[in-house]
Write a protein that binds this ligand. Sequence first.
Ligand code: GNR
Ligand code: NI
Length: 172
Amino acid sequence: MAKLTILEFPDPRLRKKARPVEAVDDALRATIDDMFETMYAAPGIGLAATQVDIHKRFLVADVSSDQSDPRVFINPVIVEKDGVTVTEEGCLSVPGYYEEVKRADTIRLKYLDRNGEVHEENLDGMLAVCVQHEIDHLDGKLFVDYISEAKRTRIRKRLEKDRRHQAAAVSA
Ligand code: GNR
Ligand code: NI
């Protein structure tokens, strides 16, 4: 197992569109295990492959409070959306910033599990919000794309400044 590096906004690699997974094999399962380790360590409730510079369509999530509900969704497709919910969202790729985002409150999701078996399942609550946030990552989209350009620019500038200060502190 290994912890992976999470890309941060405005890294252009976060804008790549992920391609479908072609084979659910041991190599993919090993990467999934690394993504869980990375997500739990962060800590976060979801992680899309795009965030660790893997441009394939899969994601992990666990919205429980005690790491008791690990979920993997491979080649996820939302086949139905219902209702509207507004959630204060954060993102491991935009550390330290939280904004309200409007999404469907229930989704019907088609996906493959870690054995390559197809499922269709209704999701609601935080898991539905999280999966929509993660599928956005697979499409190169970030939650800051839903806020004003002025706010997004301010966040980008602050993160770039933070990172310059971090780099200076490390080399000092
Ligand atoms: O840890 C996370 N929390 C969160 C809170 C509200 C809505 C979405 C999320 S996902 C986020 C982890 C992350 O960045 N996944 O891509
Ligand atoms: Ni995110």
